[in-house]
Design a protein around this ligand. Structure first.
Ligand code: SAH
Length: 340
């Protein structure tokens, strides 16, 4: 049976219309779910007995179960249990501008980035829409907070689960739902070119981040399998087109891996590659994992890289490090939990 948290407002309106009932009922149900946060159909007090019964017959309403959580300064990492016994992660980060949640989009991942823990478990399946929505609801309920910013940077490749991700954004973005502003939502992709093409035509102003991690094909192919399918000569023109079509700035994520992609020469090459693109580069200190041999660049090297990009006129920031004590990199909590 379908989980009610995976239903868009339009789908719920169609559901009531098909039953010969008013569309307004969909709005009522959304209010109970996302404003009043009830967790049982019987608590929807202004809907008729019949509607309550119909909903209970046709949908399940069930929160995500938290298996464990780990906290550090300004960060809480969650491990969730799914109804088929799979496990996924989400990470809550408290910033001065609000609460940002990083959610998973798949169980496992097939993209095969060599430095990433998530990919050690190959994709088992896509997350359902409701499983993405319920990550937000579970964290908000657990900490009694509201999430202001959302990033799709947990386990999985969002563009390998495109349709569910779009329905998910619909539910959380609608003012009748969680009302999370589209400009506060960021999708991160390793660079699936055809999906970036599709995403250009999407009408919401959701941010796009590209996991670039290298200034040339040689380095990129040595750390990211996706670059063999969509090398830079395909990826970069597509991003230029994206920026032109959407008039939006794009973010490039760049993990700093010691001795792999962090030299001043790499920084110079990167600035040439990105010249003229309305973008900014987010340098990510690598979160080391016990399973993978990559090391994080020294603070000094990161600063040199940063300064080189700056001097060459590239907008650049260094990502604040959260929760290395709580295994906050993608896939680390699940992987450590399975081994324990
Ligand atoms: N599949 C998507 C989103 C999930 S990964 C993507 O590739 O963008 C989110 C980001 O975390 C990516 O930029 C990824 O490269 C990065 N990442 C993965 N492992 C990491 C680690 N150990 N330390 C720091 N960043 C990591």
């Amino acid at each position: 049976m379908k989980n009610i948290y995976g239903v868009t407002i339009k789908e719920l309106e169609d559901y009531f219309t098909a039953k010969g009932e008013g569309k307004f009922k969909a709005t009522q149900v959304f209010e109970w779910l996302y404003k009043k946060r009830i967790t049982s159909f019987s608590n929807m007090r202004n809907v008729s007995k019949k509607t309550m019964q119909d909903l209970a017959n046709d949908f399940v309403i069930e929160p995500l179960e938290i298996i464990t959580k780990k906290s550090d300064v300004d960060v809480v990492k969650y491990l969730f249990h799914l109804s088929d016994d799979n496990k996924i992660e989400a990470v809550l980060m408290k910033h001065d501008y609000g609460n940002s949640l990083c959610i998973s989009t798949q169980v496992g991942c097939n993209m095969g980035c060599h430095f990433c823990e998530s990919g050690r478990l190959k994709k088992v399946r896509n997350l359902e829409v409701s499983e993405m929505v319920r990550q937000i609801l579970a964290v908000e309920a657990d900490l009694n907070i509201r999430i202001s910013h959302l990033v799709l940077m947990g386990i999985g490749e969002p563009f390998d689960n495109y349709d569910n991700v779009i329905s998910f954004i619909d539910i959380i973005n609608t003012p009748k739902g969680l009302d999370l502003g589209s400009r506060h939502i960021t999708i991160s992709t390793c660079g699936i070119v055809p999906k970036i093409e599709t995403f250009m035509k999407y009408d919401k102003q959701v941010n796009l981040a590209i996991s670039l991690h290298a200034p040339n094909n040689e380095i990129r192919s040595s750390i990211m399998e996706i670059n063999k399918a969509y090398p830079l000569e395909k990826l970069i023109p597509t991003i230029k087109k994206y920026v032109e079509v959407t008039k939006r700035r794009v973010t490039f994520e760049y993990i700093m891996l010691k001795g792999v992609n962090d030299s001043v020469q790499d920084a110079n090459e990167l600035s040439d590659l990105l010249r003229g693109i309305n973008c900014y580069v987010n340098l990510i200190p690598y979160n080391e994992t016990s399973h993978i041999e990559y090391k994080k660049s020294s603070q000094e090297q990161i600063m040199k890289f940063f300064d080189t990009l700056k001097k060459r006129g590239i907008n650049v920031t260094i990502r604040r490090e959260f929760g290395s004590k709580v295994n906050a990199a993608c896939g680390q909590l699940r992987s450590n939990y399975e081994e324990a």
